[in-house]
Design a protein around this ligand. Structure first.
Ligand code: PEP
Ligand code: MG
Length: 316
């Protein structure tokens, strides 16, 4: 029992039969690194770089300031993986110098990668800063674009990364249903997928993530969301590429087991949730996780999906 407790409080994420699922931390900047390290994160699965830009929403941080912040995060995981998300401005994270003020529906407007494509100099500065920050470090740098809608978006981002001379894997976040449905096509352009389940739920259910009254539709256990996750994970598997989750869904221990059963290859979350997810995963075999995922997908509501997964995993 002591050994089980120890492996739950540290060590890599894995099922009881040894199927590895790296547990990574979501960070907003260097200030979040101590918690990530204390909780045994195996790397960073989502570095939300917009926090660096929110300090002064009137202009972009200089290349030097960006290099400094990126380098601190990369140095924290010398041999590990660090997935950096390119600036995700707009909608719930507006920046005065970038975000149009007059959009009727900001969540459906110029945000995420769309903002970067309209402001290529901002994107190039950021990607160059990342390239310089990673110079000489053994870290496995991965860079991904937020709000990729289709293959055209994915190619534009990969081209921008190549133009900046970035030695890294380039990826696409799956946050829009079109990206999940056509994940196979997006994977022609990028080397990995990362599911942003917060936005994916928002856009799948046409339910603003900031409106509490719509919480039922934002529930990550919704079978429609599980289906879109399964499509994405299946496409990645067929292409021999990875497909992680970095939305809030990954922080729910039982849902983390279901996501593993759906074929998700890594889970990234707020650092405080990592030990709980590690403990939950270590209790079940991959086959049990798959059965829980199938049972959850066979239901019609989030509540039923939760109950079905619970029934499988508790062996009732
Ligand atoms: C998401 O949408 O799930 C996500 C991880 O990105 P953010 O929450 O920063 O929009
Ligand atoms: Mg998002």
């Amino acid at each position: 029992e002591r050994k089980a407790a120890l492996s739950a409080s540290s060590g890599p994420g894995q099922t009881s039969d040894g199927h590895r699922v790296p547990l990574l931390a979501n960070v907003g900047g260097p200030a979040d690194l101590p918690a990530a390290l204390e909780n045994g994160a195996e790397g960073v699965g989502l570095f939300r770089t917009e926090f660096l830009f929110l300090d002064d929403s009137a202009k972009a941080p200089t290349e030097e300031k960006q290099i400094e912040a990126y380098r601190k995060v990369l140095e924290a995981f010398p041999e590990g993986r660090v997935v950096v998300r390119a600036l995700d401005a707009g909608a719930d994270k507006p920046l005065d110098f970038l975000t149009p003020a007059d959009e009727p529906n900001p969540a459906l407007g110029v945000r995420g990668l769309r903002t970067l494509l309209e402001n290529p100099e901002v994107m190039q500065t950021q990607l160059r800063a990342l390239a310089k920050a990673a110079e000489g470090l053994p870290v496995h740098l991965e860079v991904m674009a937020p709000m990729v809608a289709d293959r055209v978006d994915a190619k534009a981002f990969a081209d921008a990364c190549r133009e900046a001379g970035l030695q890294a894997k380039f990826g696409a976040m799956v946050e829009i249903p079109s990206a999940a449905l056509r994940a196979r096509s997006i994977l022609h352009e990028v080397e990995f997928l990362s599911l942003g389940t917060n936005d994916l739920a928002q856009y799948t259910f046409a339910a603003d993530r900031q409106v509490g009254a719509l919480a039922r539709l934002q529930d990550p256990w919704q079978p429609a969301l599980l289906d879109l996750i399964a499509f994405s994970a299946d496409a990645a598997k067929a292409a021999g590429k990875s497909c992680g989750v970095c939305g809030e869904a990954a922080a729910d221990p039982m849902l983390a087991c279901v996501l593993t059963g759906l074929g998700v290859t890594s889970l990234s979350m707020g650092a405080a949730s990592i030990p709980y997810v590690r403990t939950a995963l270590a209790k079940y075999t991959l086959a049990q996780c798959k059965r829980a995922a199938e049972a959850a997908r066979a239901t019609d509501t989030a509540e039923e999906a939760r109950a079905a997964a619970h029934q499988v995993l508790s062996g009732e």
